[in-house]
Design a protein around this ligand. Structure first.
Ligand code: SAH
Length: 396
């Protein structure tokens, strides 16, 4: 049996659409038609504030009077939403002239149905609920969520112009901590350029023909120089590909995201930066350590083990979070003590935050280096120094 309907996309730019009525439904539809670029004419003795404002600013034409049959002349499409018998008249007039007509609250008598729509960039999914608008909306919401969270295959299948780069903060390693926007951009990517500390589990979900480039940096061993990474991003984008640069944590926290962005911009490649959950805050949290805590610490610094540590505020009420450099702990703790930090300041070393084999070692500035060495602590690890550390359940 034929379905009796054909889903289509109407290209309304510059084409007249008549809206009869000025209430809630009419207002919603007016917005949709304007968004589609239509030349909108509203006929209604009264209109909502938004419609009046759009008329005042010249974005549509509003005739503040009752409907007459000749109003449908010249329209490509008609929406009637007066909630009165006028709707039947409009529908009949439109039918006679073979103009498609949406009819508010009366799908059976309408010649056109408005689908519920989900959009992600240039992709549009229209849902028709068989005349049940609420049903269509619920379905649309689910589709929209899947689109937004990268659950649907958004990738272009044919070559397209418009290569670009997305610098995506992947969070501390657990795929659950990657943002919805990051996931969506990954679902669109033709090429994914990854670091060692990125949430690598998400790569399993990519299409088999997505190119994955591993530029992972290991401590004391940098396989791909930064300059070359920049070139990889730019060159792929220039061939029209969508490039996802998936990094650990946040791109702008010791992630060289700023450099990559500037390089892309300098090469004229559009680039978007998606923030990520930084390990500087989340890895302490994984060990139950808040970097600030009312009455305990009100500020924090994020540094690397290679840093000049001498100018950091002295006192356990200023939390110090140290990324990298776990193997240089003996030197850094000695430097901090020499700079006036109390040897009793609590310290935690959190290795492999959020991984099943996460390990937390606690001590003080005086003994943490020895304790970490005793357990063989290695990168990746975050070291937290300050009075917030004893808030951890790992503190004895
Ligand atoms: N841009 C990243 C940091 C890059 S520097 C961010 O915002 O998190 C790399 C350092 O991050 C590692 O040496 C380690 O100190 C820390 N790190 C990242 N992920 C980690 C994890 N899951 N567990 C412990 N440390 C981590």
């Amino acid at each position: 049996m034929p379905s009796g309907s054909l889903p289509v996309t109407l290209r309304l730019t510059g084409r007249r659409v008549l809206v009869v009525g000025g209430g809630r439904v009419a207002t919603k539809r007016v917005r949709a038609f304007l968004d589609a670029g239509a030349d909108v004419v509203v006929v209604s003795p009264e209109a909502s504030e938004p419609i009046a404002a759009l008329a005042a600013s010249g974005e549509l034409v509003w005739h503040a009077r009752g409907y007459t049959t000749s109003d449908v002349d010249g329209a490509w499409l008609v929406q009637t939403a007066t909630g009165s018998a006028v709707d039947d008249q409009v529908a009949a007039d439109a039918e006679e002239r073979r103009i498609w007509c949406f009819k508010g609250g009366d799908p059976e008598a309408a010649t056109a149905w408005m689908p519920a729509v989900a959009r992600a960039d240039d992709v549009t999914v229209s849902v028709c609920g068989g005349g049940d608008a609420g049903r269509a909306k619920r379905l649309r919401d689910e589709v929209a969520l899947s689109l937004d969270t990268g659950g649907l295959p958004l990738r272009h299948r044919t070559r397209h112009p418009g290569g670009r780069v997305a610098l995506i903060g992947g969070g501390p390693g657990d795929p659950d901590l990657l943002s919805a926007r990051g996931r969506r951009l990954l679902a669109e990517a033709d090429v994914v350029v990854v670091d060692r500390l990125a949430p690598l589990a998400v790569l399993d979900k990519l299409d088999p023909d997505v190119e994955v480039v591993d530029v992972g940096k290991h401590p004391d061993h940098h396989p791909v120089p930064q300059e070359e990474i920049n070139q990889i991003l730019i060159e792929h984008a220039r061939t029209g590909k969508v490039v996802a640069r998936l990094k650990g944590g946040d791109p702008y926290v010791f992630g060289r995201g700023g450099e990559e962005r500037l390089a892309c911009e300098a090469a004229g490649v559009p680039v978007e930066v998606v923030p990520g959950v930084t390990s500087a805050i989340s890895v302490p949290a994984a060990a139950g350590i808040p970097v600030t805590h009312r009455g305990v610490a009100a500020s924090f610094s994020v540094v690397t083990g290679h840093d000049q540590l001498a100018q950091l505020p002295v006192g356990g009420d200023h939390t110090i979070v140290m990324l990298m450099g776990v193997r240089r702990l003996a030197t850094t703790t000695a430097e901090l003590i020499a700079a006036g930090h109390s040897p009793d300041t609590p310290v935690a070393v959190v290795e492999r935050g959020y991984a099943p084999d996460q390990r937390v070692t606690v001590g003080t500035l005086a003994d943490i280096a020895e304790k970490a060495a005793a357990v063989g602590a290695t990168s990746p690890a975050v070291t937290v120094i300050g009075d917030v550390v004893p808030l951890s359940p790992h503190w004895p």
